[in-house]
Design a protein around this ligand. Structure first.
Ligand code: FAD
Ligand code: MG
Ligand code: MG
Ligand code: MG
Ligand code: MG
Length: 552
């Protein structure tokens, strides 16, 4: 390609001639990607710059479409329908990519090296360990379940994070009904076996509760008529409401629907421990404790950092954090060649107030010590790009534009011709930082970050040749790319009975059967390949026609 030629020429003139062709072809930059989840898969799909040599390291040689994991737990969708082999994605790329089924166990940023351990089940003796050098490292290892050190959780609970988890849950649910149907049991024992407890009223816990309730209502009533009335589903939530991250209307609808469905939603209920037979809780209000026999518990209370990330954060002085801090270009703070994205990372958004003097200086193009409204207006786009909280603030305050902000800062007498000094400029922007919030740990964020980073890597060379780029407001000079910006496209909460709550941009909330169809079509269209799309859609049809498969 043209850029190859350019670099080769530069190399050739630097050396003293007599070189062979292989000498002048520049060595490919080695890019190591950790993880084949949402962030990693999205990065791979969008990377199309053949000048990199890519090595993927992940203990999982397939991508999982996590939003459909809850559907696998009760047999609405088959496990293999939501997994896409990573090699299917690799062979379609024009980029040099290799894959190792292994987990990274240590990162050595000084020597640009990672250490890995193969995770393939094999009869070979000992574990295979190896090291990989990198020029660029992209960390997309996701997060792990968080037990908050609650005693007995690891030993006695189910989790819903991976395909294996969903399959285990499915088997356990069906086994519970078979066990409860055995002739030798007392009703007391049957009730215990059929008491399903879900800890955590977030989207995953709520969706599992809904799936389970549908399963009982649609299939169990027919297949296990003798025990159907002994089933109990309890949802324990430590805060005041389930689905906290959703609009109030959705929370209310969900709580009411679950009430009507007979799902016992216990709000303000903290789990203090779980043994083989009982789950213990403490009420947040009056501190009352109680213990209840259960048959199965799903623990779904949120995520925490993986050991690899915890260790790496310690190494680089990010000690007590819950996720790796990056700048808005997704670079790990302090490193130019290490990137982190998805659930393992969080963007350390800069505060306007910390940079206010510099912003003012850059905006004041004529060095007059004051800003005209025109200067302010011209700066605003750059400010909004670098500090997304400004845009949010303007939107929330229903300020159409910057003149309104200036007016508020200077009082009603303001006119377009007025000028702001630094104190007034500060006053106009004084509250914007209160709008800052961390991005949620969702597939939507991970997916957009992967695509963003791939686009940066696709353009890296071109940008290195033109390092001027657009100037950005930052302590350290110029930056080549636009910072990452998240676009929220809305979120769904399936509530069972073919009803889904949808929260879409622009405060648009819709709940019911029509949103369920929207859900089906969005999740069909978001599939990473036509293969999984066909599988998922045929699973849905099969369930509509024949009901769930309950062999297990
Ligand atoms: P992951 O997708 O978890 O991928 C991490 C990858 O890293 C995996 O391939 C893993 O094997 C690999 N890995 C782990 N350790 C190592 C290591 N040491 N070295 C190398 N590789 C490693 N989000 C939504 O937006 N909408 C939804 O409807 C939704 N529903 C969900 C339902 C469930 C049941 C769950 C569990 C999650 C759901 N999410 C949803 C959240 C979403 O799945 C995550 O936010 C998303 O997967 C994060 O992407 P990631 O790439 O950071 O991590
Ligand atoms: Mg990933
Ligand atoms: Mg995933
Ligand atoms: Mg994140
Ligand atoms: Mg000026």
């Amino acid at each position: 390609s043209g850029s190859h030629g350019h670099i080769a020429h530069a190399d050739a003139t630097a050396s003293d001639g007599g070189h062979t062709l292989s000498e002048v072809i520049p060595k490919k930059k080695k890019l190591v990607l950790l993880g084949t989840g949402w962030a990693g898969m999205s990065f791979l799909k969008n990377l199309n710059n053949p000048t990199y040599e890519v090595e993927i390291v992940s203990p999982r040689n397939f991508f999982v479409f996590t939003p459909l994991l809850p559907s696998v737990t009760c047999g609405k969708v088959e496990a293999r329908s939501i997994a896409e082999p990573i090699r299917n994605i690799i062979i379609k790329k024009n980029v040099d990519i290799s894959f190792s089924e292994a987990e990274c166990i240590k990162i050595d940023p000084q020597n640009k090296k990672i250490y890995c351990r193969a995770t393939i089940d094999s009869h070979s003796k000992g574990e295979e360990e190896f090291a990989v050098d990198y020029d660029y490292l992209i960390i997309a290892v996701g997060a792990q379940v968080n037990t908050f050190n609650t005693p007995g959780v690891m030993e006695n609970c189910h989790f819903l994070k991976e395909i294996d988890d969903a399959q285990k849950i499915r088997k356990n649910v069906i086994d519970s009904f078979e066990k409860a149907s055995l002739p030798s049991l007392s009703d007391e024992e049957r009730k215990k076996i059929l008491h399903f407890v879900i800890v955590g009223g977030g989207p995953t816990g709520v969706e599992f509760a809904a799936e389970l309730h549908d399963f009982v209502n649609e299939d169990v009533v027919k297949l296990y008529p003798k025990v159907k009335d002994l089933v109990k589903i309890t949802l324990l939530e430590a805060t005041d409401h389930i689905l906290n991250m959703f609009d109030k209307r959705i929370t209310n609808f969900a709580e009411n629907k679950f009430g009507r469905d007979g799902i016992d939603v216990k709000l303000g209920s903290m789990v203090t421990g779980i043994n083989e037979n009982e789950i213990s809780t403490k009420a947040r209000g009056n501190g009352k404790t109680s213990s209840t026999p259960y048959g199965m518990v799903l623990w779904s209370t949120g995520i925490g950092p993986r050991p690899l990330i915890k260790e790496f954060m310690k190494q680089i002085g990010q000690g007590n954090r819950r996720a790796l801090a990056t700048d808005e270009w997704l670079r790990v703070e302090g490193f130019d060649n290490i990137y982190a994205l998805g659930d393992c990372a969080t963007i350390n958004q800069r505060k306007v107030m910390e940079d206010i003097a510099e912003i003012f200086k850059k905006a004041d193009k004529d060095n007059s010590g004051t800003l005209t409204v025109k200067e302010f207006q011209e700066t605003l786009d750059d400010i909004c790009e670098r500090y997304p909280q400004v845009e949010l603030y303007l939107k929330n305050k229903q300020k159409r534009n910057i003149v309104d902000l200036v007016k508020e800062a200077k009082g009603d007498a303001a006119r377009e011709s007025m000028e702001l000094n630094i104190e007034e400029f500060k006053a106009a922007l004084s509250e914007v930082d209160s709008q800052m919030k961390n991005l949620p740990a969702t597939a939507q964020v991970a997916n957009q970050q992967g695509a963003y980073l791939a686009k940066c890597f696709n353009r890296m060379e071109e940008c290195e040749k033109n390092p001027e780029g657009p100037p950005r407001f930052r302590g350290t000079g110029h930056h080549r790319f636009h910072p990452f910006r998240y676009r929220h496209l809305g979120q769904f909460a399936p509530l069972g009975g073919e009803q889904t709550a949808a929260e879409l941009p622009g405060d648009w909330v819709s709940i019911g059967h029509s949103s369920q169809w929207l859900w089906y079509s969005v999740y069909a269209s978001k599939q990473v390949s036509w293969r999984t799309r066909a599988l998922v859609v045929s699973d849905w049809l099969r369930r509509f026609i024949f009901g769930r498969d309950t062999s297990g």
